[in-house]
Design a protein around this ligand. Structure first.
Ligand code: 26M
Length: 826
């Protein structure tokens, strides 16, 4: 068998074409047919998949044969985006596939656009997880992603009468050629039930066993994650829930047919839908079920793999030497009591040993300090769903509070503040405290954010566990965010540097001396123009709007949230509109033409965010239909922002806005993507903006607004001493309130919220500085050769924001893990 299967697929053009035709005939079962692009996409995907699978199974076999340390990235979200472009480029087969398709009368780009992207994440946190998987494979780290295979991903956003309407995203309609269903890899997951106590026959100690309740089956779906320029291909394992057979029998025998069917449906519903909120904790029991379901299956899988390798003298005590588990926010933090339960109740380890293993295995990444986003679970809910875990959490807390008492004797205030249990009615489990106590490293995602985690979120913990909180600034993968998204610019880099820059972004720095070179500038500007035209074409085809391409492209694309201040952007646009409307045709002819792009989804229940979208659409309509704005200003709200649209939008930008109220955006990762693609930032001193400014030069980031420390002070003084309003802001508010953009009642709440007494996000406070920053950017842009030089130098200074740097830092500071490159057999 081995000899028969040990030959590898050939990937020259004729071989690829044969494989395409075979898949059309035998996989899609279509013959003598003129097939549409959708079917041809399917055939191409299967052909590419075959080539991934060889490398994937080889890599996994190789990892199994070595005794390296492995890392598991646990995340409720992976925002993978489309796979085909990534796969052909990471395999080094883009040229071959393009040619094979061309000869058959198809265009690779066009075929790739047929792919429906899996949207198994909300935004930054989920996309970060996917960038990390790309880098982990590229750098040959033996690492897997674990998550949930939601049937319905992030909702599809449509604009109906200028308002967001959500539609379900059933992304599996035409199947998913990138995954392999592993019907043989399945685990039982228990929910509800009760805890039985019994006496250990040998030691006489009291032991616990969790029994009864409902048992659900977790089935594995694996997706290969190819590295760029390496043979290593990692795995992303997503779990899907199915009813279990045991469970069937019990219910059906009880004679309640309908009840039994209903219960089966409930099992499948666990992995039905992604929660579409990235800013508030819903506290819903189904969400807790999702978390526990995927954590339980994952830990069983991880322990099974660890135990399969038999090494003399090795026990579970050695687990942290061979396994690192990273928790992507608190969402998978039920892992901590679950691993404790497995070690205590199944493996019969004493508490201290189990706790030592657990804390040395886990690392926890914090992505927010916003109180409303911090996960808490009601104790009564947890007691019912996970009774044994609740006992264990109480025990963890009890022992932890003893340590607090030792450190600060008699300080009840410290105990109350640090306790894992919040003494409210009902009592709540604070998952961030649990994750903090149960991990050996806790990291923030940008320098300022880590500083705030230490000073505001966990000050007492930072004293108690000095050095446990570390910073690892986020990064994004240059494979997707430069090479794939911006072929025009990537082509320039490759023509000068060869392809090596893609996994060594430092090399771009050697181009900085050419920033003023005429030919270099010319091709750089050509690339930007091409990217604007590419976007304009899409906007025309999908929205019917003719965008100017000779304009400055000013963009803000990200989830819609009050703290991200899309409202500040819209108010700035209204101000610009007022200025245009009040000027003479001669004055207008001298203005810098501008295209403003806004895109992003609001959580379905977040009314204020939805109103902001409505206002943006209303302003867009008024501006685009006003002849006075023709050739001067256009505004578009692009619907259904997702990874594929980001790849189209970002490379077309000249300036992008990252204007959160300082201290509120943990890092941001869009900011990095824009600068890498030859755009500059208008932004606040928040998140990774601060580090980006340091890397590209402070004068290349148009910074404004209160700093994080000032924000805190301002919020306290504002209510007593109201600042004088800015005349320009007041005029914009008056326009909105007077109905220039439709029924003012729709926007009265938004306008009330920015009255000085209510202005929690400091929109009014930062407005003048914001306009100044935009003016600075415009002035800089008008000086074209120097603008081009700035964008070149900035883009070529971004190496530290490659997720390659980020992952090396995690490997070093958190995982203590080495690469394990696999040398191909041919
Ligand atoms: C929580 C409870 C119930 C349902 C959903 C959630 C939830 C889901 C996603 C909460 C937060 C979620 O994501 C938060 C997020 O995306 N944070 C962003 O993380 C990025 C990567 O670190 C940072 O760059 C952003 O600044 C940060 O906002």
């Amino acid at each position: 068998l081995w000899r028969l299967s040990s030959s590898y697929l050939v990937s020259d053009v004729p071989s690829i074409q044969r494989s395409l035709v075979q898949h059309v005939e035998y996989t899609l079962a279509r013959r003598r047919y003129k097939f549409d692009r959708g079917s041809f996409y399917q055939a191409t995907a299967h052909s590419v998949r075959d080539r991934l699978i060889e490398r994937w199974t080889d890599t996994q076999q190789f990892y199994a044969s070595r005794d390296g340390k492995r890392m598991y990235y646990l995340s409720l979200e992976f925002l993978v985006g489309r796979s085909m472009g990534n796969a052909v480029s990471n395999l080094g087969l883009r040229g071959a596939y393009a040619e094979a398709l061309r000869q058959l009368g198809y265009d690779l780009e066009d075929i790739m656009s047929q792919e429906k992207e899996p949207a198994l994440g909300n935004g930054g946190l989920g996309r970060l997880a996917s960038c990390f998987l790309d880098t982990l494979a590229t750098l040959n780290y033996p690492a897997w992603g674990y998550g949930i295979r939601y049937k319905y991903g992030m909702f599809e956003q449509r604009l109906v009468n200028g308002k967001q309407v959500e539609f379900p995203d059933y992304w599996l309609t035409y199947g998913n050629p990138w995954e392999v269903e592993r019907l043989d890899v399945k685990y039982l997951v228990r929910l509800y039930g009760e805890v039985k106590t019994y006496e250990d026959e040998q030691t006489g100690e009291t032991r616990f066993r969790w029994e009864g309740g409902e048992v659900v089956v977790a089935v594995a779906y694996d997706t290969p994650i190819p590295g760029y320029g390496t043979y290593n291909t990692n795995n992303m394992r997503l779990w899907s829930s199915k009813p279990s057979h045991e469970f069937d029998l019990a219910s059906f025998n009880a004679g309640d047919y309908y009840g039994a069917v209903e219960a089966k449906e409930r099992c499948e519903s666990i992995t039905s839908v992604l929660y579409p909120s990235d800013d508030t904790d819903s506290g819903k029991v189904l969400r807790l079920k999702q978390q526990f379901f995927f954590v339980s299956a994952t830990l069983q899988d991880v322990l099974r793999r660890y135990k399969k390798r038999i090494v003399p003298g090795r026990t579970l005590k050695n687990l942290p030497e061979k396994v690192a588990i990273q928790l992507n926010d608190t969402h998978p933090s039920i892992s901590i009591p679950e691993l404790m339960r497995l070690l205590l109740d199944d493996e019969m380890l004493p508490w201290d040993e189990a706790w030592d293993i657990t804390t040395r295995t886990f690392g926890y990444t914090n992505h927010t300090i916003l109180p409303e986003a911090l996960e808490k679970w009601q104790v009564p809910m947890m007691e019912e769903l996970l009774p044994r875990h609740m006992q264990i959490i109480y025990e963890i807390n009890h022992r932890f509070l003893q340590q607090v008492e030792d450190r600060w004797p008699g300080d009840n205030e410290k105990m109350r503040a640090m306790s894992i249990i919040e003494e409210s009615t009902p009592k709540m489990v604070r998952m961030a405290h649990l994750a903090m106590v149960g991990s050996h490293v806790v990291n923030g995602v940008a320098e300022i954010h880590t500083r705030l985690v230490k000073s505001r979120l966990f000050p007492e913990f930072d004293q108690m566990f000095p050095g446990r909180i570390k910073n690892v600034t986020n990064g994004v993968t240059p494979r997707r965010w430069i090479l794939q998204a911006n072929p025009a610019m990537a082509g320039i880099f490759t023509s000068i540097l060869g392809p090596g820059w893609v996994n060594d972004l430092r090399r771009l720095a050697t181009l900085k001396p050419f920033a003023h070179d005429d030919t270099f500038q010319h091709s750089w500007n050509e690339a930007k123009r091409l990217n604007k035209e590419r976007l304009a074409l899409w906007v025309k085809a999908n929205m019917g709007v003719d965008l100017m391409t000779n304009a400055i492209y000013d963009m803000q694309v990200k989830r819609i949230h009050e703290y991200k201040r899309q409202l500040l952007n819209v108010l700035g646009i209204v101000h610009r509109y007022a200025v245009i409307a009040g000027s003479t045709p001669e004055q207008r002819a001298r203005m810098l033409p501008r295209v403003c792009v806004i895109a992003g989804k609001a959580a379905p229940g977040y009314e204020v965010a939805k109103k902001i979208i409505q206002l943006a659409c209303a302003v867009s309509k008024a501006v685009n239909n006003d002849v006075r704005c023709a050739g001067v200003l256009q505004v578009v709200f692009i619907p259904n922002f997702n990874v594929s649209l980001a790849e189209l939008i970002i490379p077309a930008s000249d300036v992008s806005q990252h204007i959160s109220t300082a201290g509120m955006e943990a890092s941001g990762t869009g900011n990095m993507k824009f600068v890498m693609n030859g755009g500059l930032i208008v932004g606040t001193a928040d998140g990774a903006n601060i580090e980006i400014a340091r890397a590209v030069g402070e004068d290349n980031l148009f910074c404004f607004g209160a700093t994080a420390d000032e924000v805190a002070a301002l919020r306290n003084t504002m209510k007593s001493r109201l600042p004088a309003g800015d005349e320009r802001l007041q005029r914009s508010v008056r326009m909105i309130r007077s109905g220039v953009f439709g029924n003012p009642d729709d926007f009265s709440q938004l306008m009330d919220n920015i009255e000085p007494a209510n202005d929690y996000y400091l929109i009014a406070h930062d407005f003048p500085g914001y306009l100044d920053a935009l003016d600075m950017a415009d002035a800089a842009y008008l000086h074209q050769p120097s603008w081009t030089a700035r964008t070149i130098r900035a883009a070529c200074s971004m190496w530290e924001f490659s997720s390659d740097r980020t992952i090396k830092e995690y490997a070093d500071k958190v995982w203590q893990m080495e690469p394990l490159p696999f040398k191909p057999p041919h």
